[in-house]
Design a protein. Structure first.
Ligand SMILES: [Zn+2]
Length: 163
């Protein structure tokens, strides 16, 4: 039977979004080299947009690329690609697949869920187990969708003040 390990979704992980920090005024003073988020240091990178000013990016601690958003997985901040996880919308598809799979199996039984006359008992019990498995899988996806992400604690690490 295709059992898969529990995996959270990106939305379930604590995340930091550079745009949200900017909106909160995090970058209004001086030049910032790094942020300390939940006691972990995240390096920042800057680019200079054509219209002036300065744009901040996170540097993914794992792949070292510039990122707008990072996620915390097992105590480490990393970008979406580095987590190897999906957004919930992608998992919804999986939930639908699980329910569809369950419906396909149920269609092999009598409409009240009993064993068709021609079916062997071991086959019937295996089908019941598989139906239960797909129901559990669908329930698990539903429960995951109700989790709320936690808010991060962010501390500025200021390299120097004033431009
Ligand atoms: Zn990365």
């Amino acid at each position: 039977m295709p059992f898969s390990a529990y995996r959270p979704h990106l939305e379930d992980l604590p995340s930091v979004d550079i745009r949200r920090l900017k909106a909160k005024g995090m970058f209004s003073v001086g030049q910032i080299e790094a942020l300390e988020v939940d006691s972990k240091r995240i390096k920042l990178s800057t680019t200079k947009p054509k219209y002036g000013g300065i744009r901040y990016w996170f540097v993914c601690p794992q792949c070292l690329t510039r990122r707008v958003c990072l996620y915390r997985l097992r105590g480490h901040w990393k970008c979406r690609e580095c987590t190897g996880l999906q957004y919930r919308s992608q998992a919804y598809d999986k939930q639908s697949q699980a329910l569809l799979q369950k419906a396909r199996l149920e269609a092999k039984l009598e409409s009240d869920g009993s064993k068709p006359k021609w079916m062997r008992w071991p086959t019937y019990y295996r089908l019941l187990e598989e139906i239960e498995y797909y129901q559990d899988l669908a329930d698990q996806r539903f429960l995951e969708s109700r989790k709320m992400p936690t808010m991060e604690k962010v501390k500025r690490i200021i390299k120097r003040t004033g431009y």
